[in-house]
Design a protein around this ligand. Structure first.
Ligand SMILES: Cc1cc2nc3c(=O)[nH]c(=O)nc-3n(C[C@H](O)[C@H](O)[C@H](O)COP(=O)(O)O)c2cc1C
Length: 173
C-alpha cells in the first residue's frame, strides 16, 4: 500500500482545487491510500526561532504526515500573483525538516491565470528538493469554467491532462 498525501492551497468551501483533488482521488488505482489534508487553516505563522526545538503540534503533525507519504500532490490557486499564504507558510515549515526531500511530488496550479504561482512553486519545490518533473506538473487556467456546479471536472482536455499527470505521478512512486 502506498500513501499519497494531497494538499489544497485553497481553504474555500467548494474550492475548485479541493474538487480537483477529490477528482484525482477517484482516479487512483488500487493499492493507494489517498488522503486530502484538512489541517491547513490553523497552522501558525512560520517562526525560525522555534522551528527546530518547540515546533507547534500542527506543524509536527504535518511533518509526520509528509514523512509517512510516498508521494505528495499540491493543487493550488494563485492569489495576488503569488502562492496563497497558507500554502507558502506550510511549505516554509518544511524547509528545515526536509519533508519534501526526494519525495515524488505533483503540482497542479488551477486558477484564473496562475502562471506566477506555478512558476514560483516550481522554484520553491526545487529548493526543498521535491522530486518534480514536467510530467507531474500542470497549469490549469480559467479553472472555474472547466467544472460544473457539482465540482466535477467537465472539460475534456483538462480531464485528459489530469489523467496523464496522475499516471506519471503513480509511476514515479
Ligand atoms: C484574493 C484573491 C486574489 C486572487 N488573485 C488571483 C491572481 O492573482 N491570479 C489568478 O489567477 N487568480 C486569482 N484569483 C482568482 C482565483 O484563481 C479563483 O478564485 C480560483 O477559483 C480560486 O481557487 P479555488 O476555487 O480553489 O478557491 C484570486 C482570488 C482571490 C479571492
Amino acid at each position: 500500500m502506498k500513501n499519497i498525501f494531497a494538499i489544497s492551497g485553497s481553504l474555500r468551501e467548494g474550492s475548485s482545487n479541493h474538487n480537483i483533488l477529490k477528482f484525482l482521488g477517484k482516479m487512483m488505482p488500487s493499492g493507494i491510500n489517498y488522503t486530502i489534508y484538512g489541517g491547513f487553516r490553523d497552522i501558525p505563522a512560520f517562526d525560525p526561532e522555534i522551528d527546530n526545538n518547540i515546533s507547534p503540534a500542527l506543524v509536527a503533525d504535518l511533518r509526520e504526515r509528509l514523512a509517512q507519504a510516498d508521494g505528495i500532490i499540491i493543487c493550488t490557486p494563485e492569489y495576488a500573483f503569488g502562492v496563497p499564504g497558507a500554502l507558502k507558510n506550510a511549505l516554509d515549515w518544511t524547509v528545515s525538516s526536509g519533508s519534501f526531500s526526494g519525495k515524488p511530488t505533483a503540482l497542479i496550479t488551477a486558477s484564473t491565470g496562475g502562471e506566477n504561482a506555478h512558476e514560483a512553486l516550481i522554484k520553491i519545490l526545487g529548493a526543498i528538493d521535491a522530486k518534480l518533473s514536467p510530467e507531474t506538473t500542470v497549469l490549469i487556467q480559467f479553472v472555474r469554467s472547466k467544472m460544473n456546479s457539482d465540482g466535477i471536472v467537465t472539460d475534456r482536455d483538462t480531464v485528459q491532462k489530469l489523467k496523464t499527470l496522475t499516471e506519471a505521478f503513480i509511476n514515479s512512486l
